[in-house]
Ligand binder design. Structure first.
Ligand code: GRF
Length: 192
């Protein structure tokens, strides 16, 4: 990615709670931050993350997901308007199309609560525990048109304890997510 002195402009796509958005915003407000969040887009009108974006005075939009084509068309308009350099998917529950990736033409990344390539999709913690895995974790990766695939930028793992439940593991992995998402963005902005 092209390096420049100005902070890179990021858009965050969400569908719900927005705790990763919150952690990115917190980081972006630090002096050393190489990026700023200029836009939040949600496909759900009641996403908690939208409220948080409003409170933080970040431009935010709900775009109805009547169909992929329409959602992506409207998103692309906003991405252009706000001169976005990088899209971060954070709990965004839709798969972006090949056409969208091509037309945006800059990086799109995602955070996922498993040690990819293991456990793409939903119920990652349940599956890790059920399979008796010794480790779980979180992954930040480049987005391509296949779900939870694409080059891995950063991954951090954590031991699964015998006492762990789906809930306790989710909590621990979420903490990792909040720590590594900003780190992964910085890695992307400085090394690619
Ligand atoms: C996170 O676990 C993320 O990895 C997954 O969905 C969850 C979203 O959480 N894709 P939040 O909305 O960021 O709180």
């Amino acid at each position: 990615m092209e390096k420049s002195l100005g902070r890179k402009k990021i858009a965050v796509f969400i569908s719900g709670r927005g705790s990763n958005l919150k952690s990115l915003l917190k980081y972006s407000k630090t002096k050393k931050s190489l990026f700023k969040i200029v836009l939040v887009i949600s496909n759900k009108s009641n996403a908690k993350g939208l409220e948080y974006a409003s409170k933080s005075k970040i431009k935010n939009f709900f775009i109805k997901y009547s169909n992929k084509k329409n959602f992506e068309k409207q998103s692309l308009k906003l991405l252009k308007k706000y001169k976005v350099d990088l899209i971060c998917l954070a709990g965004f529950m839709k798969i972006v199309s090949k056409n969208f990736i091509k037309r945006f033409s800059k990086p799109i990344i995602n955070i996922h609560p498993s040690l990819l390539p293991k456990y793409k999709g939903l119920d990652t913690h349940y599956r890790a525990i059920k399979n008796g895995d010794k480790f779980s974790g979180a992954t930040v990766h480049i987005v391509n048109e296949k779900m939870d695939s694409g080059k891995i930028i950063l991954q951090e793992k954590i031991k699964i304890l015998k006492s762990d439940t789906e809930k306790s593991l989710e909590k621990k992995v979420l903490k990792i997510e909040h720590r590594i998402y900003s780190k992964a963005i910085i890695k992307l902005l400085t090394t690619y």
